[in-house]
Design a protein around this ligand. Structure first.
Ligand SMILES: Cc1cc2nc3c(=O)[nH]c(=O)nc-3n(C[C@H](O)[C@H](O)[C@H](O)COP(=O)(O)OP(=O)(O)OC[C@H]3O[C@@H](n4cnc5c(N)ncnc54)[C@H](O)[C@@H]3O)c2cc1C
Length: 362
């Protein structure tokens, strides 16, 4: 969110400073791991669809500007038993917004995409524009292009605090003190360190994703394997084709349901973490459940309702917050960057963000 906001602000001719406490990019937060699902069918709420359309446009634009491929289209599968939130929510968003889609039975899914072996009673929405974006490359592209336009960006410089002053905001870091007219806070899992008012609305949670060696690699290639969200009796899982790492990627939403402090979180993975992913893969993607190739931790920052927080700081009208993104925000980083630039520049945006306002949580 931060790299996208810097890019959109500097594009408007504004003087911008971006501050990151770790490296750029890094793997301690929420935006690493080679791939992130992007999809238009949005079971979480149909009101995301217009934001998603703009997010796609902006990723394509970023690809052109950076001359890098950042977005890969595979189609997306959202599956569950009839009545489940994933299946019905996805179908509702497609119908409401006229998105091309097909409703498939479990057998039809396997016929088209042989890596999938879902239970017979499950139904799926196939939306052809789903796919994945490459988070580390997207961050680097935003940063590189922002720098080329004159943004100053510092890695390994931690913001220690901020306060309002007569002309704007004073920010104290591990290295210096800066003053700016407006401040955008997009600190992910650390947001409550910089905006304690959000502590109960932004709860960091340990996640693990893994890559498993497919037994039939040709069935797990991007041209044969749509990204998925699937609600099964073990929970809600997501997955992506083999790309970048030699394995089929899989994760469970809310993994072991461990609320954490991002500064002290257990970052190594163990056999219990592996078991959660492997058991799922063996049952529903038996030809994907070979040897584990890699396991990584990552962090969700959850709001109580699962929707984003995009708003003015409750106590300071020159400070804007773009976090937390409850485990589904990366695909929208491009449009959230544009929204943050609108808000910091003009105090308003043409995008519909009422679902993401703090007032919606009171
Ligand atoms: C396992 C997993 C799978 C996911 N899958 C998907 C998916 O498929 N599709 C999707 O759309 N989304 C997905 N998400 C969610 C998505 O990745 C996140 O919503 C998004 O990356 C959050 O971005 P962010 O900028 O808010 O946080 P981050 O990328 O963590 O950025 C916050 C940054 O602020 C920095 N920072 C914090 N405090 C300070 C400070 N005091 N001073 C300076 N810098 C500071 C941090 O170092 C960090 O770099 C997934 C998340 C996880 C963990």
């Amino acid at each position: 969110m931060g790299s996208a906001a810097v890019y959109h602000l500097v594009r408007r001719g504004l003087r911008v400073l971006g501050l990151e406490r770790f490296n750029i990019p890094h793997h301690f937060g929420s935006s690493h791991g080679v791939t992130r699902i992007i999809r238009l069918s949005y079971f979480e709420h149909p009101s995301y669809v217009p934001l998603l359309r703009r997010a796609y446009e902006l990723w394509r634009e970023l690809e052109q500007q950076s001359a890098e491929r950042l977005l890969h289209i595979t189609g997306s599968i959202d599956a569950g038993v009839p009545g489940s939130a994933v299946f019905e929510g996805s179908r509702a968003s497609c119908e409401q917004h006229g998105l091309p889609h097909e409703i498939l039975t479990s057998a039809e899914v396997t016929r088209r995409f042989p890596g999938y072996r879902l239970p017979a009673q499950m139904m799926a929405v196939l939306q052809p524009q789903g796919g994945f974006v490459l988070p580390e490359l997207c961050i680097s592209a935003h940063v590189r292009l922002a720098q080329a336009l004159g943004a100053e960006i510092h890695a390994r410089e931690q913001v220690a605090g901020w306060e309002p002053v007569a002309e704007g905001i004073r920010v104290r870091t591990s290295r210096a003190i800066y003053e700016a007219a407006q401040l955008v806070i997009s600190a992910g899992a650390w947001v409550a360190e910089l905006a304690p008012e959000l502590k109960s609305l932004a709860v960091p949670e340990r996640q693990v994703f893994g890559w498993l060696q497919p037994k039939r690699p040709e069935w797990f290639a991007p041209d044969r394997f749509p990204v998925f969200n699937i609600a099964v009796e073990e929970g809600h899982y997501y997955g992506l084709p083999v790309f970048g790492v030699p394995g089929f990627k899989v994760g469970r939403f809310h993994h072991l349901e461990e609320a954490i402090n991002p500064n002290t979180m257990r970052r190594e993975c163990d056999s219990r973490d592996e078991e959660v992913l492997w058991t799922f893969a063996e049952r529903y993607f038996p030809n994907g459940a070979g040897s584990t190739m890699a396991l990584h931790t990552c962090i969700f920052t959850n709001t109580p309702d699962g929707h984003f927080i995009i708003d003015r700081h409750p106590q300071c009208d020159r400070v804007w917050i773009a976090s937390p993104c409850s485990g589904h925000g990366f695909k929208m980083a491009s449009v959230i960057g544009e929204i943050m630039a609108d808000l910091a520049e003009r105090g308003e945006t043409r995008h519909e963000i009422s679902l993401h306002r703090l007032a919606a949580r009171r």
